[in-house]
Design a protein around this ligand. Structure first.
Ligand SMILES: Nc1ncnc2c1ncn2[C@@H]1O[C@H](COP(=O)(O)OP(=O)(O)O)[C@@H](O)[C@H]1O
Ligand SMILES: [Mg+2]
Length: 265
């Protein structure tokens, strides 16, 4: 599938010259500088950068958890003023994101416990679990599941909220390579089935190139977007054949150069 056209559409996100200053132990520090980009409806945007460049802070800005000190952030044409149900975050640390004493289905249903009827909750939980291939594990406790399955539970919990946007902070970083590949494909399948817009963070240039419609490279302290690379690779993407395409290798190469990966270490 080609990247959606932006003609005449309200962007899902519009960051307009946004800067972030946070106060820490040693006083105020600028974390992000002049961040300026749009995310189109249904797009998958990867944000790649080294550790400490403000990636998590940027995702928190998108989720309404951190305010900007300059510029503005709009979701669907409206200023983001705090967290709301439209954008939901999936964290890297699935073990701490789930409640161990609750079953899988009760973890997934947790955010729906206010504001939805038991019947609707049941339906949405079942639908979310089946979207991530966990329909048979509803009654299990998280600790009985592998890391990859626990991360699927966290993704299901986000999907049960039927968000417009999934924000994912290095969602597969804690998983082994095989599990990671499986979850990457799961994420692409979820996008196809729900048309959610996805913004995810990674420090892995292969993951960024494989999953994204477009990759933003963030660098420096304060972090700035130093490059934007389109990834018009055919979809559905496939772990072996996509990664062998000359266009894929070219994107990967450009990402590596932007990150200084050929001389940095
Ligand atoms: N709440 C905070 N208060 C002050 N400084 C912070 C806060 N959160 C993160 N930082 C600082 O901002 C910088 C970027 O952090 P972060 O957004 O976590 O980067 P990344 O995810 O790219 O590793 C780091 O130097 C970090 O110490
Ligand atoms: Mg981070």
């Amino acid at each position: 599938m080609a990247a959606p056209s932006s003609a005449g559409q309200v962007p899902t996100y519009r960051l307009n010259h946004a800067s972030v200053v946070l106060s820490g132990a040693s006083g105020e520090r600028q974390i992000l500088d002049d961040i300026h980009f749009d995310v189109r409806p249904g797009e998958i945007v990867g944000i790649v950068g080294r550790s400490g460049t403000g990636k998590t802070t940027l995702l928190r800005v998108l989720g309404g958890l951190v305010g900007v000190s300059e510029g503005s952030v709009e979701l669907d044409g409206k200023q983001v003023r705090g967290p709301d149900g439209r954008a939901v975050t999936v964290f890297q640390d699935y073990a701490n994101a789930l409640l161990p004493w609750r079953t899988v289905e009760r973890n997934v249903g947790l955010p729906l416990e206010r504001g939805t009827s038991a019947a609707e909750r049941r339906e949405r939980v079942a639908e979310a679990l089946s979207l991530v291939g966990l329909a048979d594990y509803a009654k299990e406790h998280p600790r009985r599941l592998s890391g990859g399955m626990q991360q699927r539970v966290q993704i299901a919990r986000a999907l049960a909220m039927r968000p417009q946007v999934l924000l994912m902070d290095e969602p597969f970083g804690a998983l082994d390579a095989m599990t990671r590949a499986g979850l990457q494909d799961e994420m692409l399948a979820v996008r196809e089935r729900t048309s959610a817009t996805i913004v995810f963070i990674t420090h892995d240039i292969d993951e960024a190139a494989y999953l994204s419609d477009r990759v933003l490279v963030i660098s420096g302290a304060p972090g700035r977007i130093i490059e934007e690379i389109a990834c018009p690779l055919p979809r559905p993407r496939q772990q072996l054949t996509t990664r062998e395409l000359p266009e894929y290798l070219d994107i990967r190469h450009r990402l590596g150069l932007a990150l200084g990966a050929d001389g940095g270490h």
